[in-house]
Design a protein around this ligand. Structure first.
Ligand code: ADP
Ligand code: NA
Length: 330
């Protein structure tokens, strides 16, 4: 029997993926390879919905793919590719756009947030139709499951609506995908502002741990993480968000449980927790950074892997697109 298809992607932007991307998404992507049919995409078409420098874009696309690989995405067990190398994404997005209500798209909260931040002048139609492209990404592969965080839930609902609408208008064509709440994934918060999620768009870099950061920088950021004025290492996300975040990171990196960690640090100080945490995080991140740098030093090999991925993805995507075009009357 066929394994369930999973689709997920990240944008190539910023200097590096961060610890939130890794512990919240990539670790789960790697685990899914055992019993799913995963499609992992570097979504560069999505990235240009906000302005990008072409050279930085090229570099970030390669680096993001290299980070997927370095984190353990296996190009034999997963389909790993760059979105712009598979034209069917843009083509199906056009068709789905014709089924999307203007009002429906206008209700997407991520668009409303971003466009109010950018101002009307620099808000583009591309940013507006972003969720339609995301629907195409997912529907092209007969995706059963989509790992989604809160911020993408509304977009997945739109994807499901569009799949259903196409199917009832033109005949059964698309699998209607389900949201997947990953078992092991953690939500990681900013080290300086532990009620905000760790994000590449953080106000200060001190709250962020990038996978490409030097081990010394990582250790320093963890040592300087904001905590509270108590001394007790206790898991209480409401009252002690800083310590709870450090414990979550610790537990996710080591596979140990929170109660185990609370017991271990009973009677010890925040300094001990931070020192040990810095060590386990560096031990986990340093090999990923080194492997990423190795892959980046051999662009021909990386491009070869991505070309194989794009071929695999194209074959599947083209089949779905051909069916959809045929149903529409093309
Ligand atoms: P960013 O917030 O840095 O822009 P993205 O929104 O591009 O990151 O997210 C890419 C992936 O990483 C998504 O699967 C998202 O759920 C996950 N992710 C991002 N930030 C975090 C975080 N702080 N904790 C857990 N997962 C995260
Ligand atoms: Na984001």
């Amino acid at each position: 029997t066929a394994r369930p298809v999973v689709f997920s992607g990240m944008q190539p932007s910023g200097d590096s993926l961060h610890l939130g991307n890794y512990l919240g998404a990539l670790v789960n992507w790697v685990a899914l390879q055992d019993d799913h049919d995963p499609i992992y995409c570097v979504v560069d078409l999505h990235a240009i919905t906000v302005p990008q420098e072409p050279e930085a874009m090229r570099e970030a696309t390669r680096r993001t793919a290299a980070q997927y690989l370095a984190a353990g995405v296996d190009p034999e067990r997963s389909t790993l590719f760059v979105q712009s190398q598979v034209p069917a994404h843009a083509e199906l997005a056009w068709v789905l756009g014709t089924l999307t209500g203007f009002g429906e798209a206008s209700r997407m909260t991520q668009f409303k947030d971003k466009s109010s931040r950018f101002g009307a002048e620099s808000t583009t139609v591309g940013l507006f139709t972003y969720p339609v492209l995301m629907a195409a990404d997912i529907l092209l592969y007969g995706t059963h499951l989509v790992p989604v965080g809160d911020d993408q839930r509304q977009h997945l609902e739109l994807t499901r609506d569009l799949a259903g609408r196409f199917n009832s208008r033109y005949g059964d064509t698309f699998v209607v995908p389900e949201a997947m709440i990953p078992k092991e994934s953690a939500r990681i918060y900013d080290l300086q502002e532990p009620t905000a999620k760790m994000s590449k768009s953080a106000a200060s870099p001190n709250g962020l741990i990038n996978l490409m950061d030097d081990p010394k920088v990582i250790a320093k950021r963890i040592r300087s993480a904001v905590t509270d004025t108590e001394r007790e290492v206790r898991y209480d996300p409401q009252a002690k968000p800083g310590i709870a975040n450090l414990l979550d990171i610790y537990a996710t990196v080591t596979g140990r449980t929170i109660p185990e960690l609370e017991a271990e640090y009973d009677g010890k100080g925040y300094g001990d927790l931070k020192k040990d945490l810095a060590e386990v995080v560096v031990d986990r991140v340093a090999p990923i950074r080194e492997r990423t740098l190795e892959l980046m030093e051999d662009p021909a090999e990386l491009d070869r892997l991505l070309a194989i991925g794009a071929d695999k993805a194209s074959e599947r995507a083209e089949r779905t697109l051909a069916t959809a075009y045929d149903r529409v009357g093309f």
